[in-house]
Design a protein around this ligand. Structure first.
Ligand code: 3HC
Ligand code: NAI
Length: 702
């Protein structure tokens, strides 16, 4: 027998309260649907019951359909969610939803099946199905426009954002907002009549049929590649041309069509990975994080300033240390200008800006940092300077403080060795702009304690980042993989492709930009200097190396900052214009290397760039630098704009099939790049066993 997830209790006033108790967030399982339908039918038939209230136990009202049951066949006789919702709506007694907490997806659809709704002010309400690559599938697209105006309905369904109860009240989605939702809902249930939303077309008459095409145009750029969001508009549009019954049939068809798409599988993978990433195998369950109530940052440059903003945005006071007063004034001035910009765009109030700035303190004195719970160093990328800074921090920081470095290339263990407390040292690798980018790549050293690891993971969440814990190696996970992708992109130029061709293939795959537009943005001078550092560290290589960036550097083609790089840029514009002079530089390099230029297909460009990520990712997994493929996937989605609807490079490779990936890598290794493209041993093993990265990972975790 299935568990009891629906409980009922009768109040003295004749209201029957149906409580959903399906921890942790009252997701709609098969048992839920069956028991709810039975419960409302029983309430409808019971003369002693005057009215009905439906509410949730715990923190949520209903989190939506149980995502873990997607694709599974329910026990025979189980009602569909739509049947359950219609059973609620057909109840002859007034039914009011007491939306005590989150009402997401099927949760809101259930609430809209009730005759009236009361929500708690902070209950989060919406239809986030598009974030799972699908659309609302149980009447949501046909019901929301019957309570809210069409723009609001489209915005909510297409963005998938949840809005608080207060906003839902203002939009007409709920009829009242109250702290004690059950009490208010019971009073409403006794007072109000039965009202069936599916029979109410009054709000639909005013909808302008032309609004949908305009809406599609407006969303085209932002949601490129997110097909479900466009299909959601199609479903909503049916409210003007179809009656309710036809509208929900069409909705159901689109929902079913979406469920088994590659992007829906990818988005479900990201949904669970977003949560799983916090449970890292190297942090024992139950490890307590150190509470962060005060932070310090060393260096108020590009990164230090952005890092400090993250803390004050989350209400955590920060002290920033700089070497000179001049640098301090400059750095704090940039932070202030950033906030003023946001205020001028109307995205932040002056009051909030002032409150945030009040949390910032500048200093030149290490003694002022001592009582911070965490200090993050973001000074120049030089080992000697970093070691000197950590030596000083070791002297002044209180016991138990976390000593973090934002280094992007240096060895965390070497930095830790400059202190007498290496267990307190960890890398917190933010991405630029640090106040915007979601990824926080936390890098554990050999001696980092579990508490310190748990702390930077928790801190990441506290400041609105996606924290991913990785091991210490050259480039860590993100940049180490990127290096292999960029190398292939440059080799493709030498073999016959153009920067515009490569960038277009990568952009069309779903990245925000291709490797060469990205290089022009970050600065080709930076790439050149990094390559020179590597040359100093490792000496010249006998393996194939591209020198295109050296040629660009020699000609002052640093990228956007000098208005020319791989592309030309017109004054005040960031739009890349292909430049024949660059084609000539590249052709010169092909000649110098004795490479006969050929037509390079788009398919080869995509495979060589993306499989380079996958192959290096496989090595990183084998070495244990990333604990699970999902860690790599999130790093690429949140730090490098890998398309979310493809689930990250490792998930994407699993989807394609590792045997196919291996075969392609093997052929490129033999025919195009014998120096760097040898298949990773783990890839060979898994392809041989017919397994995916995920299966391998799940088996190890079991
Ligand atoms: N199905 C299955 N499990 C779910 C779930 C769902 N719909 N929603 C949340 N969970 C799980 C999470 O995976 C997590 O599990 P874990 O502890 O093992 O990691 C646990 O419940 C708690 O989730 P959160 O940590 O996210 O809890 P919060 O309290 O922070 O957030 C929430 C609550 C806002 C409801 C958030 O969980 C959420 O956004 N959930 C997903 C909502 C969603 O996408 N609903 C649509 C489902 S599709 C649908 O309804 C189709 C319908 O139209 C036919
Ligand atoms: P930056 O040059 O903009 O800022 C460094 C700041 O540190 C300067 O303001 C400088 O005055 C200050 N500083 C230098 N030595 C100091 C000392 N001994 N004590 C106090 N302050 C000192 O550099 P940026 O770009 O902010 O980089 C900082 C760190 O972040 C580096 O380790 C870098 O590798 C890393 N990083 C940089 C990224 C980027 O895109 N710029 C991305 C991720 C990490």
């Amino acid at each position: 027998m299935s568990d009891i997830v629906i409980e009922t209790a009768d109040r003295p006033d004749g209201v029957r309260v149906i409580t959903i108790n399906n921890a942790p967030v009252n997701a709609i399982s098969a048992a839920f649907r069956t028991q709810m339908k039975t419960a409302v039918e029983a309430a409808g038939a019971d003369d002693a019951v005057k009215a009905v209230v439906i509410t949730g136990a715990g923190r949520a009202f209903i989190a939506g359909a149980d995502i873990r049951e997607f694709g599974k066949t329910p026990p025979a006789g189980t009602p569909t969610l739509t049947e359950m919702i219609h059973a609620i709506e057909d109840c002859p007694k007034t039914v009011v939803a007491a939306v005590n907490g989150a009402a997401a997806g099927g949760g809101l659809e259930t609430a809209l099946g009730c005759h009236w709704r009361v929500a708690a002010p902070r209950a989060m309400i919406g239809l986030p199905e598009v974030n799972l690559g699908t659309i609302p599938g149980a009447t949501g697209t046909q019901r929301l426009p019957r309570v809210a105006d069409i723009e609001t309905a489209l915005d909510m369904i297409v963005s998938g954002d949840l809005v608080p109860g207060t906003k839902a009240g203002a939009a007409g989605i709920v009829d009242a907002v109250a702290d004690d939702t059950v009490e208010a809902a019971a009073a409403m249930a006794l007072e109000k009549p039965v009202r069936k939303l599916r029979e109410d077309d009054s709000k639909l008459k005013d909808i302008d049929a032309g609004a949908f095409d305009a809406y599609r145009k407006g969303m085209a750029r932002r949601w490129r590649g997110f097909d479900a969001r466009f299909r959601a508009v199609d479903a909503v549009e049916n409210v003007v041309s179809m009656d309710y019954a036809a509208g929900i049939r069409a909705e159901r068809d689109i929902f079913a069509e979406r469920q088994e798409t590659e992007s829906a599988r990818a988005m479900r993978h990201v949904f669970f990975s977003d949560r799983e990433v916090l449970r890292h195998p190297s942090i024992p369950k139950g490890t307590e994080a150190i509470p962060i109530t005060k932070a310090a940052v060393i260096g108020c440059g590009t990164m230090g300033g952005g890092i400090a903003m993250n803390f004050v945005n989350a209400g955590i006071p920060v002290t920033i240390l700089e070497m000179t007063e001049e640098a301090l004034i400059r750095g704090l001035g940039i932070i202030e200008k950033n906030y003023a910009n946001t205020v001028s765009k109307g995205r932040l109030s002056q009051e909030k800006m002032d409150a945030r700035l009040a949390l910032l303190t500048g200093t030149q004195n290490y003694e002022d940092l001592g009582d911070a719970d965490i200090v993050i160093e973001a000074v120049f990328e030089t080992m000697d300077i970093k070691r000197e800074v950590f030596g000083k921090l070791d002297e002044v920081m209180k016991d138990g403080a976390v000593l973090a470095s934002n280094t992007s290339t240096l060895d965390i263990d070497e930095i830790a060795a400059a202190t007498k407390r290496p267990e307190a040292v960890i890398g917190t690798h933010f991405f630029s702009p640090a106040n915007v980018m979601r990824l926080l790549e936390n890098v554990e050293g050999e001696k980092t304690s579990p508490e310190v690891k748990a702390t930077v993971m928790k801190m990441g969440q506290q400041i609105g980042k996606v924290p991913v814990l990785v091991g210490n190696c050259d480039g860590f996970v993100g940049n180490r993989m990127l290096h292999h992708y960029i190398r292939q992109a440059k080799f493709l130029l030498e073999e016959g492709a153009t920067p515009a061709q490569v960038d277009k293939v990568v952009f069309d795959f779903g990245f925000a930009m291709g490797p060469f537009a990205m290089s022009d943005l970050a600065g080709n001078d930076v790439s050149y200097l990094v390559s020179q550092e590597a040359l100093k560290k490792y000496g010249p290589s006998n393996l194939r190396t591209s020198e295109i960036v050296n040629r660009l550097y020699e000609e002052g083609r640093y990228g956007q900052k000098t208005s020319k790089g791989y592309y030309l840029y017109e004054e005040g514009s960031r739009a890349p214009i292909p430049d024949p002079a660059v084609d000539a530089i590249i052709a010169g390099e092909s000649k110098r290397l004795g490479i006969e230029r050929r037509e390079v297909s788009d398919e080869e460009i995509l495979e060589r760039c993306m499989f380079a990520l996958v192959n290096e990712g496989a090595k990183i997994l084998d070495e244990g630098i990333a604990a699970r493929p999902l860690d790599i996937d999130l790093i690429y989605i949140y730090g490098y704009s890998f398309p979310r609807y493809r689930g990250g490079p490792m998930h994407w490779a699993d989807e394609i099939g590792l045997d196919h990936v291996l075969a392609r890598i093997e052929s490129y290794w033999k025919e195009r790049d014998p120096d760097h493209y040898e298949p990773a041993p783990l890839l060979r093993r898994l392809a041989g066993e017919g397994k995916t990265f995920k299966q391998w990972s799940d088996e190890r975790a079991a």
